[in-house]
Each structure stands twice: as structure tokens, then as C-alpha cells.
Design a protein around this ligand. Structure first.
Ligand code: AHG
Ligand code: MN
Ligand code: MN
Length: 337
């Protein structure tokens, strides 16, 4: 009989491998897993809102129902608070950082940056959405409140990162610096089960993912690269295949399993691109690198950027090593502006 390894078993086993581990990180991840299951339950029911009622309506308990991105935000915040291991959170849904002030949380050793529901415009049409999280060790002293500097650490300081994809099946994929492992939710037992151990980003790929509707506004290097992808060259497998869901998590997840490149570049009107550094690009870049791929802003490593603001944006290029090398070559030759 095949042995099923649940997420909780996996993190406890991994914890034994790290001498300094105290169980705090396992607890944090356990609570992130609970939040993911709760959000999954609500995302699954999204198609029923027209017959069951939506925002503004009241549910059976007399509570007002919320938009899913706000629900996801509160659910992850609640679980992180309950873990006792987290002293503060930066979220896409909150202008300011959320500092957990109670005694227990002040002793939390971690801070989290998160996008509680990414690609939320896809919910209404039953297309995959995700949650992205980045975990840092705090810099400020234990026992006091989290400080701004805790949230402005570069990606290279990440202790762990992961995403949840709410798709045709729901998966939690994470890394704590020793490769990337993926767990699929088995709804019959309500557990994430190890299904994709040691995920490796194929060194080369044939998928390019970019919102081509913005073509006219792209930097010259990106325009040239897109043309390169479309050219016919049977030897190198071109033309490549274009796949773009508009859900960062789903686009990167597919490319990480199949090989490909994802690009959200800078444009004249958006010189810093669209995606957010601290809770979209850094955690995804960390996972991409841990799986053997590359992630840059077109010029240098995403993980090396020193953040100035929790909501700052960055151009984002991530994918298979050889496709990334080619893109970087085109950006150097033809320019990022
Ligand atoms: P969010 O739903 O959190 O605002 O993020 C959506 C992001 C990302 O998931 C996706 O890759 C990108 O926006 C799509 O942007 P375009 O519609 O401009 O292509
Ligand atoms: Mn997002
Ligand atoms: Mn979001």
C-alpha cells in the first residue's frame, strides 16, 4: 500500500532534520494550511452565490457575507494570529501592516507578507485563483511589537514561501529553502497530501505567458522576445505555445511543472510593472529559484531588491533557465525601456 504523507506529517518530519527548529515554523505552516482549507471551502461555493446570496446579504447566522478576497484576508489573518508564531502581517488588502499586539503574538518569531486571494477577477468565471505567502524571521526584538523594518526585508532573507492554488484540485506548494514540495488537498479526508515531492522547474520550456493585449506598450526587448517565441524553428520547438490565465499563481504553477516563462514587464505608463514585490514577486521568485528556475526584474534577481514600501511594484520575469537566459539576452540587446 502506498504511504500517504500529509502536510502536517511532512513538516514535523522535516523539523527533525533542522537542529535549531523549535516547532514554531511547523505551527505557523499548520495554521496557514487551515486557512487555506477554509478559503478553499468558500471558493468552491462561489458559483452558488447567485442562489444563496452574496455581499450585502446575511447568512444563516445573521452575519453579513463578504467578498471572497476580504474573507480570505480575514481568514489568513485570524489563523496567523491564532498560531502565536506570527507578530505581524503585510497584506495586499491592508494599506498598513497589521501588528499583532497581544502578549503571545509579541513573542511570535515570524512575520508574513501575503496576497490572500490573487487573481480574484477570475472567481466569477470559475477559473483558478490563489493565495501567496512569504515568511520572514523578524528583525525586531521578541516581546515587543513588530516594526516596519521586519516587513521590508529583501527576498534573499526569506525563511519560507508558498502558494495555494484553488483549481481543478487544490494544492499547497511551499519551500523553506530545501527545494519545493507540493501537496494536493484530498477533500474526502480534508488533508493536504504530498503529491509533488521535490518539484523541479524544467531547464527549458515551450510556454510563454504574458498579457499580449499590452504588446504596443512593452519594452523593445520584450517585443522582440515575443516575436522570437512565435517564429517557426522546428529544431528548437518554435513556435512556442502562448498560455495566459491572468492568475499569477496558476500561470507560474503550470510553467513550473511543464517548463515555460512568465513575464509582466514594465511599460511606459507603468514603469514598475503591475505586480507587487513583497507579497507576489518575492515569494514566487523564491519558489521558482528553489525549483531550479530564475526570477528577475529584467536586470537583476528579484530576491536581491531592497524593498522601500510594502506595496511597491516591480517588473517580473520568471521561468525556465534557458528561456530566461534568452529573454535577458533580448533585454540587453534591445532594451527594457
Ligand atoms: P490581484 O487579483 O491580487 O489583484 O492580482 C492579479 C494579478 C496577477 O494574478 C495576474 O497575473 C495579473 O494581475 C494579471 O494582470 P493583467 O490582467 O493586467 O494581465
Ligand atoms: Mn495579486
Ligand atoms: Mn489579491
Amino acid at each position: 500500500m502506498n504511504k500517504v504523507v500529509t502536510l502536517n506529517q511532512f513538516i514535523i518530519e522535516r523539523q527533525h532534520e533542522i537542529p535549531e527548529a523549535t516547532g514554531g515554523f511547523s505551527r505557523l505552516l499548520h495554521h496557514l494550511g487551515i486557512a487555506a482549507k477554509k478559503v478553499n471551502r468558500e471558493v468552491n461555493k462561489a458559483g452558488l452565490v447567485d442562489i444563496l446570496g452574496r455581499t450585502g446579504a446575511e447568512n444563516v447566522q445573521g452575519e453579513e457575507q463578504q467578498k471572497l478576497d476580504l474573507y480570505a484576508n480575514e481568514t489568513f489573518l485570524d489563523e496567523l494570529r491564532a498560531s502565536g508564531e506570527c507578530c505581524g502581517v503585510a497584506s495586499e488588502e491592508n494599506e498598513d501592516v497589521v501588528i499583532f499586539e497581544e502578549g503571545l503574538q509579541r513573542n511570535g518569531r515570524y512575520i508574513v507578507c501575503m496576497d490572500p486571494l490573487d487573481g480574484s477577477s477570475n472567481i466569477d468565471v470559475n477559473v483558478s485563483v490563489g493565495t501567496i505567502f512569504a515568511v520572514y524571521k523578524r528583525l525586531s526584538p521578541l516581546g515587543g511589537p513588530a516594526e516596519k523594518r521586519d516587513f521590508l526585508q529583501p527576498g534573499s532573507a526569506l525563511a519560507a514561501a508558498g502558494y495555494v492554488i484553488y483549481g481543478s484540485s487544490t494544492m499547497l506548494v511551499y519551500s523553506s529553502g530545501r527545494g519545493v514540495d507540493g501537496f494536493t488537498l484530498d477533500p474526502s479526508i480534508g488533508e493536504f497530501c504530498l503529491s509533488h515531492p521535490a518539484v523541479r522547474f524544467p531547464a527549458d520550456g515551450r510556454i510563454y505567458s504574458i498579457n499580449e493585449g499590452n504588446y504596443e506598450k512593452f519594452p523593445p526587448g520584450v517585443k522582440r522576445y515575443i516575436k522570437f517565441c512565435q517564429e517557426s524553428d522546428p529544431r528548437s520547438g518554435r513556435p512556442y505555445t502562448s498560455r495566459y490565465i491572468g492568475s499569477l499563481v496558476a500561470d507560474i504553477h503550470r510553467n513550473m511543472l511543464k517548463g515555460g516563462i512568465y513575464i509582466y514587464p514594465e511599460t511606459e505608463s507603468h514603469p514598475h510593472g503591475k505586480l507587487r514585490l513583497q507579497y507576489e514577486c518575492n515569494p514566487m521568485a523564491y519558489l521558482v529559484e528553489q525549483a531550479g528556475g530564475q526570477a528577475t526584474n529584467g536586470l537583476g534577481r528579484i530576491l536581491d531588491i531592497t524593498p522601500q514600501d510594502i506595496h511597491q511594484r516591480t517588473p517580473f520575469y520568471a521561468g525556465s533557465e534557458r528561456m530566461m537566459d534568452k529573454t535577458t539576452e533580448f533585454l540587453r540587446l534591445f532594451g527594457t525601456r
